[in-house]
Design a protein around this ligand. Structure first.
Ligand code: PLP
Length: 390
């Protein structure tokens, strides 16, 4: 049975058009792009075509795009490059709700003696801009603030932050892994210096990412070796996946607005229905400014893991917290930072949609969820008490 896949912030299906473009590079066209012969050298041209497509999606110049192995590598590279480029500056600013790719790298820098400020968010997951302004000082090497949060979908005021930092001459990196391909981004308008994206969040395969580095930005490579990516990221290129990422970016760009409309309609219908049919449920995060495909709903007095297991029996895939932290029973650091009550954090479920979801799939979730929640609450003493109250 085909699953009802509502976990697209964890990863997405490879688009059939993407796979088709990739296959020749996994079969007959296996040449090394650095080779002198035509057989290999032609792959170099395919990489440059893909680079142009990735650049076009975010309004960049192709030379400003560096291919990496994933979003995590892009994030690590950006932060490492920033601190190495400004060795005298020892202060790094990020947020409490970043993905571990940034958060744990910031902790790594803290262990190395850097001062790290973790900016707070409010109860709707919105960044505390006063804290941001207060944190800036002459010692700040880099600020890294995500474009959109992977758990709640909440979008941060990246444009506003970028303007302030440009004026102060402080490097700005944004982790846009969840935003690229879902909302319009144009780095000609947006004064960011570096921006991370990841293929598997936008229907390209896993294991390919990119880092945008604005022309003129000081840059230190993170992976050192050969001359690939103009010396900015060594290692023989993952040609098939690079071609796939190019195609995925082209597809995303062609349908961005239409897709965002479709996804937010489906998402809103799901959200409205669940809030209506399941008592003691609440949306986590600012519903006025978030990704079109994401909703995070806290069902009080139930365990998120239990909900996921029951959904799984119906072939429905969702997530409690981010993919990287599920598997451990640690409550989500994002929801904790927002001050969501513990009773709701534990029962929080993220539904994240893609272009491949249908109305009837959403109907099925709307149909089964109230029963799942009611049955699970009857199993928990506190939930049962709530349910049997007059
Ligand atoms: N940043 C954010 C916001 C993410 O959601 C993820 C993946 O979930 C990453 C970074 C890491 O990307 P990758 O899985 O490509 O390393």
């Amino acid at each position: 049975m085909k699953p009802i896949y509502l976990d697209n912030n964890a990863t997405t299906a490879v688009a059939p058009e993407v796979l088709e473009e990739m296959l020749p590079y996994l079969k007959e066209l296996y040449g090394n792009p650095s080779s002198m012969h035509t057989f290999g050298g032609q792959n170099h041209r395919r990489i440059e075509e893909a680079r142009a497509k990735v650049a076009a999606l975010i309004g960049a110049d192709p030379e400003e795009i560096i291919f990496t192995s994933c979003g995590t590598e892009s994030d690590n590279t950006a932060l490492m490059s920033a601190v190495e480029s400004y060795p005298r500056k020892r202060h790094v600013i990020t947020t409490r709700v970043e993905h571990p790719a940034v958060l744990n790298f910031a902790r790594h820098l803290a262990r190395k003696g850097y001062r790290v400020t973790y900016l707070p968010v409010d109860s709707l997951g919105r960044l505390d801009m006063e804290a941001f302004h207060e944190a800036l000082d002459d010692d700040t090497a880099v600020v890294s603030v995500m474009y959109a949060n992977n758990e709640t979908g909440v979008i941060f005021p990246v444009a506003e932050i970028a303007e302030v930092l440009r004026e102060r001459g402080i490097l700005f990196h944004t982790d846009a892994v969840q935003a690229v391909g879902k909302v319009p981004i144009d780095v000609k308008e947006l004064a960011v210096d570096m921006l991370s994206l990841s293929g598997h969040k936008l229907h390209a395969p896993k294991g390919i990412g990119a880092l945008y580095v604005r022309r003129g930005t000081r840059f230190h490579p993170y992976i050192i070796g050969g001359h690939q990516e103009r010396g900015r990221r060594a290692g023989t290129e993952n040609v098939a996946s690079i071609v796939g990422l190019g195609k995925a970016c082209e597809l995303a760009g062609e349908a961005l607005e239409e897709e965002a409309g479709y996804l937010s309609r489906l998402r809103d219908r799901l959200e409205r229905a669940l809030l209506q049919s399941c008592p003691d449920a609440r949306v986590n995060g600012d519903t006025t400014n978030r990704l079109p495909n994401t909703t995070n709903i806290g069902f009080e007095y139930v365990e998120g893991e239990a909900i996921l297991l029951r959904l799984d029996e119906y072939g429905i895939c969702a997530s409690s917290g981010s993919a990287c932290t599920s598997g451990s029973l640690q409550p989500s650091h994002v929801l904790r930072a927002m001050g969501v009550p513990f009773t709701a954090i534990h029962g929080s479920i993220r539904f994240s949609l893609s272009r491949y979801n249908t109305e009837s799939e959403i109907d099925r979730v709307i149909e089964v969820m109230p029963t799942i929640i009611r049955e699970l609450r009857l199993l928990s003493p506190y939930g049962k008490e709530r349910l049997t109250q007059p």
